[in-house]
Design a protein around this ligand. Structure first.
Ligand code: KG4
Ligand code: ZN
Length: 473
């Protein structure tokens, strides 16, 4: 993980500096460093341990490297390059300058490999030794990522600029086909992805008036999802990466749902994420990009799964969520359903609620009673969403959050959006929920989630494989 150091991290910073240079502490006036707007220290962490940092000083679009330090035990792992790239790719800068002892051959070779060249020699700069002044020009170019999503029943491709701007998005849904079967049929889904993916790519590129050659990387969802469907996207992405010689980025689908919130704003850390989809119902604390800590969630079924099951027993068509929501619009809260997890924990549960609805419908049918679909849909939705609001409130209080996001297909639900908004207003918390287009499965969110990985050059190899159930937390 790479992040800018804050005051609490400076003991680790001094410790690491002293390992490399006994005099290190004396070289730094920490108060000055912390109060300086121009100076920044970016740290590289492995397993929570600071193992390298770069100290820079910024003046307009020119950066001076003051110091790069990497723990001896972590040398030759590309950490110095990653720290340099972090600066180059994340800041609007034109030039990077540095000075280095003439005798420090390994440092000079490192800088040369990273695109620095000699500008001049400063004689006796270090008293008894010359300094080489080196510079690297940085072209402030935009980063375009071609992103592919095929984890379930949507074949989607997007072009994302600089991690935040959706230049073009195509979503081809197979919903109507699967609707005839009452749910997604995996075999049919993967076959349809194969038939359509080339066409979806062509349409995306044509509308954007761009070519694969214009892209800086190819990103693809590799997990979780239906294995056969994922494989179509992964193999397609690998082929593009190989043929066009572009780096490949493997993106987790759930990270995609979370980063959908970057398409119209900026994730502000630390934040609380409520992830609600067909396979997930989780409460996550994120302290930084790609740092996920699960603090609560379902012990059994996911809320989306429960919506789909309730739709089925009510005889509503696939996809269940939106149809249950529509039905509930005309209903009243009349059915008495069990309240799940009515406690202070962050545990969530939907299997009891699901079973009680199945039993209720079954019993009423046996008695020859009519089910008031709209009332049952409304009663279910109230209880299902109330649980999410209650548990979010407990998490807000426990973790004292100031930012909250909602992610995943179920975040398209209007009642959930309204109730969470009321909750965050009550606690004066910034709330971000993606607009409808970016809530349900789409490739734009995959491009947004790929961007932080692009900045860190965390690329996948061509032996990347799909996985049906790889979690991020
Ligand atoms: O995130 P998503 O598109 O796919 C997964 O990654 O699982 O979420 C799909 C789930 C389905 O269970 C669907 O019924 C549910 O999200 N969903 C909704 C709504 N729109 C989609 N649930 C409730 N209300 C909605 N408006
Ligand atoms: Zn999804």
């Amino acid at each position: 993980m790479i992040k800018e150091l804050v005051i609490d991290d400076f003991q680790d910073f001094l410790k690491l500096g002293k390992m490399v240079n006994n005099n290190f502490g004396n070289l730094y006036d920490l108060d000055n460093l912390l109060n300086s707007k121009a100076d920044k220290v970016i740290g590289y962490y492995e397993n929570g341990l600071l193992v390298g940092f770069i100290h820079i000083s910024i003046s307009f679009d020119v950066v001076d490297i003051v110091n790069i330090v990497v723990d001896d035990k972590y040398r030759r792992k590309g950490i110095g390059t990653k720290l340099l790239n972090y600066i180059i790719l994340s800041k609007d800068i034109a030039e990077i300058w540095l000075e280095v002892r003439k005798s420090n051959k390994s440092a000079i070779s490192f800088y040369e490999k990273n695109g620095f060249s000699l500008v001049r020699v400063r004689s006796n700069y270090y008293g008894d030794e010359d300094a080489l002044i080196m510079k690297r020009d940085v072209n402030m170019k935009d980063v375009y990522i071609l992103a592919i999503e095929s984890s379930c029943d949507e074949t989607s491709i997007a072009i994302i600029k600089n991690g935040h701007e959706c230049v073009q998005l195509t979503v081809l849904t197979q919903m109507d086909t699967h609707s005839e079967y009452g749910g997604v049929v995996p075999e049919i889904a993967s076959r349809m992805h194969t038939e359509n993916i080339t066409m979806v790519l062509e349409e995306t590129l044509t509308k954007a008036k761009m070519k694969v050659e214009d892209m800086d990387a190819i990103a693809v969802t590799y997990s979780p999802g239906l294995l056969g469907s994922l494989l179509v996207g992964v193999e397609f992405a690998k082929t593009l990466s190989f043929v066009y010689n572009k780096p490949l980025i493997a993106v987790n689908h759930i990270a995609g749902h979370i980063y959908a919130n970057n398409l119209e704003g900026n994730l502000q850390f630390p934040l609380l994420a409520l992830v609600v989809s067909g396979g997930h119902t989780d409460l996550i604390i994120m302290k930084d990009d790609y740092v996920f800590e699960k603090v609560g969630g379902t012990l059994d079924d996911a809320i989306g799964e429960c919506y789909d099951k309730v739709a089925r027993v009510l005889g509503l068509k696939y996809p269940g969520g939106p149809n249950v929501e529509k039905e509930a619009l005309n209903g009243k809260y009349t059915y008495d359903l069990p309240i799940p997890m009515n406690d202070d924990s962050l545990n969530i549960s939907y299997s009891g609620l699901k079973s009680s609805i199945i039993n209720l419908v079954h019993n009423e049918k046996q008695r020859g009673n009519e089910i008031r679909k709209e009332d049952l849909a409304k009663s279910f939705q109230e209880v299902a969403i109330d649980q999410l609001v209650r548990k979010s409130e407990i998490a807000i209080k426990k973790y004292k959050v100031k930012n909250m996001i909602v992610a995943g297909g179920v975040s398209a639900n209007k009642m959930l959006r309204e109730k969470i908004k009321e909750l965050t207003d009550k606690y004066d918390i910034n709330l971000s929920i993606p607009s409808m287009l970016f809530c349900t499965d789409n490739a734009a969110m995959i491009g947004a989630a790929a961007y932080p990985l692009y900045l860190r050059k965390e690329f996948a190899n061509l032996d990347l494989n799909a996985s049906s159930n790889q979690e991020i937390y």
